[in-house]
Write a new protein. Structure first.
Length: 290
């Protein structure tokens, strides 16, 4: 790792979070990340991998990992991935995201909130090195081409300021410890010339500041907890379909609903992402059976 990587706390001092492991009711460990071990699988759905970039315009090394995101988006298999950029310490910061940042830094990092900080499926951290091929491999290794027993369906009625999201989760196996869901809104094509992206890299044409840098997949607001809202184990049985209808309000940076996306993910009780889906605002995405 380069010695001059930024290691900064984005707003004051932040305490390290404590992460506890999950166990079954009978005291024995359960591996609900892979229900094939514990329960039969009756149905599988297309799998996608979540890549969350914790970033800020003040972070001069962050364009190094934003460049890796751009490379993945250019690949033929880009549909296997869902991206989001969660900003802290700049004009795109949303209150309430620092707890998720602390949780993941403690869970899979060294607890120091070192930036750049990119997390795959809330379970694996990208290398803070100028090594695009290695970080692409980390993302690709998290993809399951055979599918997973968690399907996601999404529809929404949104404007540039908010609206409603309807989403459903369908299960092809039983998850004995229950699950969590997260639904949030992201926005594309944001330019902040008054808050230029700092840049210590040679990417994006080089230069110490990038006033015309285009920010994509920027987190705007979650419908509930961005860390995950629990679904009780009595609902997470094989064949279950769990429906949600939630309202959300947010502040668009572009003023256009055409730039708005909806992201829905399902997490196990350890907070690892089992599956994730992204769809444009006001579009419908049905289950994708394998």
């Amino acid at each position: 790792m380069k010695k001059n990587f930024i290691k900064a706390l984005f707003v004051g001092a932040i305490a390290t979070a404590t992460i506890t492991s999950c166990t079954s009711d009978d005291g024995g460990a359960k591996d609900d990340t892979n229900p094939d071990i514990n329960n039969p699988v009756s149905a599988k759905y297309k799998h996608r991998v979540l890549v969350e970039d914790f970033t800020g315009t003040w972070c001069g090394w962050c364009p190094m990992l934003a460049h890796v995101v751009d490379l993945i988006k250019e690949q033929d298999n880009s549909d296997n991935f869902v991206f989001s950029a969660i900003h802290n310490g700049d004009s795109m910061t949303v209150s309430g995201t620092s707890a998720l940042n602390r949780e993941l830094a403690s869970k899979i990092g060294d607890g120091s909130l070192a930036y750049p900080f990119v997390v795959v499926n809330r379970a694996t951290q990208w290398l803070n090195q100028d090594n695009p091929s290695r970080n692409i491999k980390i993302a690709e290794d998290s993809y399951n081409a055979e599918g997973v027993p968690v399907g996601i369906k999404i529809a929404s009625e949104l404007t540039a300021t908010g609206g409603s999201v309807n989403f459903s989760i369908k299960l092809g196996s039983t998850y004995n410890s229950g699950l969590k869901y997260v639904c949030y809104i992201t926005e594309n094509n944001i330019v902040k010339s008054g808050d230029p992206q700092q840049n210590y890299t040679s990417y994006y044409g080089g230069g110490s500041a990038l006033p015309n840098f285009v920010h994509h997949d920027v987190f705007l607001r979650a419908t509930a907890s961005v860390q995950g809202t629990a679904i009780s184990a009595d609902q997470t049985k094989d064949g279950a379909e769990i429906a949600f209808n939630q309202n959300v309000a947010y502040t668009s940076h572009t003023g256009s609903v055409d730039n708005i996306d909806v992201v829905v993910m399902v997490l196990n009780n350890n907070g690892d992402v089992l599956n994730v889906r992204k769809v444009k605002a006001n579009a419908t995405a049905d289950y994708e059976n394998m």
